[in-house]
Design a protein around this ligand. Structure first.
Ligand code: SAM
Length: 273
């Protein structure tokens, strides 16, 4: 059984499989092909779904979404109440989530094969003329897993992206602090970067968002402390989702930091206005 056969506990009457993709346009009139929609569903609060996302989501015969094994995924649960009973659900179940297994496990190769197979499954529907709405947390083109489908399929099928409310601005709203004033610049970093690289890049940042914390949290906190920036850092967990938490940096237990968390370093408040 492939990872794709593992259904999250969605409604049982829906079909999740897809015919294998031939993928090519060869011989198929373009108008007969389905369209791929990357739907940004926002950071978690279902009210942050855009009207356009909702319209295209409800119109699509197929809804694809990434999820962990035996999970439904945040993007799916964000839009679940809007789905029609006759829509085909296509869960794309990650082979690995959370902490990355150490070598000799081939993480990059495993993920590449997973995204290839996910794209084949989506392509099967597109080639059969069915539009596919692929859900993505936040915005699809901002660290969004939809990008791996887009990279593989946009050259062969019509693809459109519906931008979503990004977690960075949702987190700023959650902590109630403006991010950047006037001519300030903002740096967006992944906490997965090596410690020295984080330190080098953060050293002269006006403002920053540090994403993908999880097990990287302690490393990031060390860097902020060394740079004398810890007092400015605001930690947000699950912004706009159930269980949203805003905790002072010093009080965070590194063992409890989830994947859906980030640190914001807002720009200094503008005094001139
Ligand atoms: C793969 S990126 C996805 C970003 C997403 N496409 C966006 O536009 O926000 C995942 C990272 O986004 C951040 N993130 C996503 N949703 C979040 C939320 N509701 N609250 C805090 N951080 C969030 C976390 O840093 C997480 O590790």
């Amino acid at each position: 059984m492939s990872p794709f056969d593992a259904r999250p506990d969605g409604p049982s009457h829906r079909q999740s499989g897809a015919p294998a993709a031939d993928g090519a346009r060869g011989g198929t009139p373009e108008q007969a092909l389905g369209r791929l929609f990357g739907i940004g569903v926002g950071p978690g609060d279902p009210e942050l779904l855009t009207l356009k996302a909702l319209r295209l989501l409800r119109a699509a015969p197929v809804v694809a979404y990434y999820a962990g094994p035996r999970k439904r995924g945040n993007a799916y649960t964000t839009v679940e109440e809007h789905l029609r009973a006759d829509q085909i659900l296509l869960p794309l179940v990650y082979p690995v989530t959370g902490r990355i297994p150490a070598p000799p496990f081939d993480y990059e190769g495993t993920m590449r094969r997973f995204y290839d197979r996910a794209a084949d499954l989506v392509a099967g529907h597109l080639a059969a003329g069915r539009d596919v709405a692929a859900l993505c947390e936040g915005d699809p083109f901002f660290y969004g897993s939809f990008m791996y489908l887009h990279d593989r399929l946009a050259g062969r099928f019509r693809a459109e992206v519906v931008p979503g409310v990004c977690s960075v601005v949702a987190s700023a709203a959650a902590v109630g602090t403006p991010l950047v004033y006037r001519d300030q610049s903002m740096l967006v970093l992944a906490g997965t970067l090596p410690e020295a690289e984080l330190e080098r890049r953060l050293a002269d940042a006006d403002a920053a968002a540090i994403m993908k914390l999880g097990s990287n949290f302690e490393k990031v906190r060390r860097v902020l402390t060394r740079l004398g920036l810890a007092h400015r850092a605001l930690y947000v967990e699950r912004a706009t989702m159930h269980g949203e938490r805003i905790v002072p940096l010093a009080e965070i237990d590194p063992a409890s930091v989830p994947y859906f968390s980030m640190l914001l370093l807002p720009g200094e408040q503008w005094q001139g206005a």
